[in-house]
Design a protein around this ligand. Structure first.
Ligand code: GLU
Length: 339
């Protein structure tokens, strides 16, 4: 946990409870820790080596309070969660109208790795499925692969607040087995939706999916989106505030695989999950939440992660359309409890 003076103190479930919110996260952690359903993602061979018991929850408010529990220092690969941030970077680089000519904003109702494009426009449906993400990544500007990679890493650094590194084993694992992603890229090349640097775009896409983060990082990234694009810990602007609504809209409708509709109905918050078991959730102008637990349900979402978020949303009244509870007051109540 990051204290007011910037020093770090580690809190885990065995330590003294410091605030009602911290206590609430610990309660959720203990409640869902025994939930061991689900499977590890296995289509990327390296992901089967992960410890399935890992579990962490972290919340960071837009004024920089940090509450976290469990294995929140444990590194894992960011996978599809990266798609959100690269999409924001491309909106900044090319503008909304141009990006819309290359990638749509419609939910698919199909699997994240489906080899489908919109029949009439030939665009991938949205930037949260693999085809859309590969198309988005192919737009990153730079004079060559190194410059493109470095610009992408620098964007992630702004969100996270420190340097970020690639897990080379996972990268190689995806690179050598990602035949579906290659097929999608070639299909998009056929329709002129991506340029001829297909292998370079795929490498960059596999690299972005293989970036190492922990649950604390996820929550800081989410809080940055909740805080008009400004990292609440470092105060650095990670993305222009005018694109936050674009990013959050797509997360809301397409961020949780084929569970996106039910998630919107039950949790009511923009979110994105990834096959390594992470979920980022944004409570606009209030806080960012990160959850990590690698066992996945049949749709590819973290089993514990979904449960934790459903309960967090319901008990704190965070659903964006819930007018019976004043969710906008959440940060005030957390502040009065924790200061
Ligand atoms: N790297 C993974 C893939 O391209 C990401 C999938 C995900 O997290 O949804 O298949």
């Amino acid at each position: 946990m990051l204290n007011q003076d910037g020093t770090e103190s580690i809190i885990n479930v065995s330590e003294v409870v410091t605030s009602p919110f911290q206590s609430f996260l610990q309660e959720l952690y203990l409640k869902y820790k025994p939930l061991c359903h689900g499977v590890l993602a296995s289509y990327i061979p390296e992901l089967t080596k992960v410890n399935p018991d890992l579990f962490s929850i972290c919340a960071v408010t837009v004024d920089g309070q940090v509450h976290e529990v469990g294995d929140y220092h444990q590194l894992f690969t960011i996978q599809s969660i990266s798609k959100v941030f690269v999409y924001g970077m491309m909106l900044e680089e090319h503008g909304r109208d141009y990006v819309l000519t290359k990638v749509g904003v419609e939910p698919t109702g199909d699997d994240f790795n489906s080899i489908i494009l919109d029949e009439s426009s030939k665009r991938p449906y949205n930037p949260m499925v693999n085809a859309g993400a590969i198309a988005t990544t192919s737009l990153i500007k730079g004079s060559g692969p190194t410059e493109r990679l470095n610009r992408m890493l620098d964007m992630f650094r702004r969100y996270i607040g420190h340097e970020i590194f690639i897990d080379i084993s996972v990268f190689m694992s995806e690179r050598t087995t990602g035949h579906r992603n290659r097929a999608m890229a070639h299909l998009m090349r056929n329709f002129g939706m991506i340029d001829e640097k297909i292998d370079e775009a795929l490498d960059l896409y596999f690299q972005q999916c293989s970036l190492l983060v922990n649950c604390h990082d996820l929550a800081v990234m989410a809080a940055t989106l909740a805080n008009k694009g400004i990292n609440p810990i470092t105060q650095e602007q990670a993305v222009a505030s005018c694109y936050i609504k674009d990013i959050l809209s797509v997360m809301y409708t397409c961020g949780m695989y084929n569970f996106a509709g039910e998630w919107a109905y039950k949790v009511g918050l923009p979110a994105k999950s990834g096959v390594s078991g992470g979920i980022v959730v944004i409570v606009p102008n209030q806080l960012g939440i990160g959850v990590f637990s690698p066992l996945l349900d049949e749709r590819g979402n973290s089993v514990r992660g979904v449960k934790v978020c459903e309960e967090l949303s319901q008990r704190l009244g965070l659903h964006l359309f819930d007018c019976s509870i004043d969710g906008a007051k959440v940060i005030e109540s957390l502040s009065s409890h924790t200061r």
